[in-house]
Design a protein around this ligand. Structure first.
Ligand code: ADP
Ligand code: MG
Length: 401
C-alpha cells in the first residue's frame, strides 16, 4: 500500500522544527485504583515518539483510553497514569511524567525537542462521529499528522481519520507501517501455500472472515466454535457444544468455495469432550463421529492436531486468529498448543492477531517464532474480512497528493 511513512519524512529532513501530532494507541488495562496493569502499548508507541523528538520536532501525542462520555471529564478517563509511565520510559527530562494538556483542541504550547501528551481524545465532542469542525481544529494544531494506532485503524474517528484529511501532511508511524507491511506480505503477495487458521468463539463474525479468506487461501483450518459449526455442516453431531446451527448454509458455502479451488476445509477427525464447561471437567478424547448429545467439544483431538500440524509446517504463509480449543483450561489446551508449536516450527512467514490468540502465543512463549504479531484485535479481524481500514484508506489517498 502506497502511504507516506514517518521514517521517509525524517530521512528527507522534514521534521525539524515542525509540529507533529501523533495518534497512538495507549489504551492500556488498569486496575480499580487506576494503576496500569500491562504497558505493552505504551512501550510500542515509544519508537514514533523518540524518532520525532530526535528529528527536532515539537511532539504532541494523544490516544483514547476506555470509553468516556464526550464532553464529560472524569478522573478515571484521564491519561495521567499513561503520561507518567511514558515519561518513565522516555527518561530524562520526563522521569516525572510527560506534561499532560487538557482542553487542547484550540491550541497547544509545545517547543521543538519537547513532547506533551494531549488528554484522552475521546473526551472531545465530535471525536467518535468524526465531526469536521473538530477534525479541522485538530489538524490546525500540527504540520504533520502521524497515525501510529493500528488498534483503532478500523474506526473513522476525529483523530484516526478526520485530522488525516485536513493536516498539511499525513503519514503512518513505525507501528502502523509494520502492520501494513506484514498484512500485505501475508495477504497481498503471499508465498504459497497460504494457510489460514480461523478459530475461537465468535462464530458468526468469523464466518465473514472465512468467506473472505476462502477466495484467497490454499488451506483453511477451522477450530473452536467454528469447527463445531463445520462439523454440523458435515453431518456430524456436536451435542451441546458451542455452534451456530443457523449458519450451516454459510459454512457449506465456504466448503464449496474452497472445493471449487481444489482445497478442503479439514473437519476434525477426533475431539476432546467434557460434560460441563469447567477447568476440572473430565476430558475424554473421542472420534468425531462419537460425540454424545450431552457432550461439549472443548478442543480438537490429538490425531486432528497432528494432521493440522503437518499442513502448517509445509505452508509458505500462515495467518492465525483464534485458539482451537478452550486453552484457558489445561485439559483442553493441547490442540491450541500443538497449533502454536507447529506455527513456531514452520519456516513459513506467519502473522497472528486477536486478543485470545495473543494470550495463547504468550502462554506458549512463541513470540519470537511468529513472523508478525498484530497489535490490533478488531482491526486485524476486519483486515481478514477483506475490508480496507479507514485509517489506511485516508493515508493512501493523502499519499497521492
Ligand atoms: P481472539 O480473541 O483471538 O479473536 P476469540 O475471542 O474468537 O479469539 O475466541 C477465544 C475464545 O474461544 C477462548 O476464550 C476459548 O476458550 C474459546 N473457545 C475455543 N474453542 C472453544 C470451544 N470449542 N468451545 C467454547 N469456547 C471455545
Ligand atoms: Mg477474544
Amino acid at each position: 500500500m502506497n502511504i507516506l511513512r514517518l521514517d521517509q519524512l525524517i530521512a528527507q529532513g522534514k521534521l525539524a522544527g515542525q509540529r507533529v501530532f501523533i495518534r497512538a494507541d495507549l489504551n492500556v488495562p488498569q486496575d480499580d485504583a487506576g494503576r496500569i496493569t500491562e504497558d505493552t502499548r505504551i512501550r510500542a508507541s515509544l519508537p514514533a515518539i523518540r524518532m520525532a523528538l530526535a528529528a527536532g520536532a515539537a511532539v504532541m501525542v494523544t490516544s483514547h483510553l476506555g470509553r468516556p462520555t464526550e464532553g464529560q471529564f472524569k478522573a478515571a478517563d484521564s491519561l495521567a497514569p499513561v503520561a507518567l509511565r511514558l515519561g518513565e520510559l522516555l527518561g530524562h527530562p520526563y522521569e516525572n511524567g510527560v506534561p499532560l494538556v487538557s482542553g487542547w483542541v484550540d491550541g497547544v504550547n509545545v517547543q521543538p525537542g519537547q513532547v506533551v501528551m494531549l488528554e484522552n481524545c475521546r473526551l472531545n465532542q465530535g471525536e467518535k462521529k468524526n465531526d469536521e469542525a473538530l477534525a479541522r481544529k485538530m489538524a490546525a494544531l500540527c504540520d504533520i499528522y502521524v497515525n501510529d494506532a493500528f488498534g483503532t485503524a478500523h474506526r473513522a474517528e476525529g483523530t484516526t481519520y478526520g485530522i488525516a484529511q485536513f493536516a498539511p501532511i499525513a503519514c503512518a508511524g513505525p507501528l502502523l507501517s509494520a502492520e501494513i507491511d506484514a498484512i500485505s506480505q501475508a495477504l497481498s503477495a503471499p508465498k504459497r501455500p497460504l494457510v489460514a487458521i480461523v478459530a475461537g468463539s465468535k462464530v458468526s463474525s468469523k464466518l465473514t472472515i472465512l468467506n473472505a479468506l476462502s477466495a484467497k487461501v490454499d488451506g483453511l483450518i477451522v477450530g473452536g466454535g467454528i469447527a463445531n459449526t463445520f462439523m454440523l455442516a458435515a453431518g456430524l453431531k456436536v451435542g451441546k457444544s458451542l455452534a451456530e446451527p443457523d449458519l450451516l448454509d454459510a459454512a457449506r458455502a465456504v466448503i464449496a468455495a474452497m472445493a471449487g479451488r481444489g482445497a478442503a476445509v479439514p473437519i476434525p477427525v477426533d475431539v476432546v469432550c467434557a460434560k460441563r464447561f469447567a477447568a476440572d471437567a473430565e476430558a475424554t478424547v473421542k472420534a468425531a463421529s462419537d460425540v454424545d448429545d450431552d457432550d461439549l467439544i472443548l478442543d480438537i483431538g490429538p490425531q486432528t492436531s497432528a494432521l493440522l500440524a503437518e499442513q502448517i509446517k509445509s505452508a509458505g504463509t500462515i495467518v492465525w486468529n483464534g485458539p482451537v480449543g478452550v486453552f484457558e483450561f489445561e485439559a483442553f489446551s493441547h490442540g491450541t498448543e500443538a497449533i502454536a508449536r507447529a506455527i513456531a516450527a514452520s519456516p513459513a512467514f506467519s502473522i497472528a492477531g486477536g486478543g485470545d490468540t495473543l494470550a495463547a502465543i504468550a502462554k506458549y512463549g512463541i513470540e519470537r517464532d511468529v513472523g508478525y504479531i498484530s497489535t490490533g484485535g478488531g482491526a486485524f479481524l476486519e483486515v481478514l474480512e477483506g475490508k480496507t481500514l479507514p485509517a489506511f484508506e485516508i493515508l493512501a489517498r493523502r499519499a497521492q497528493g
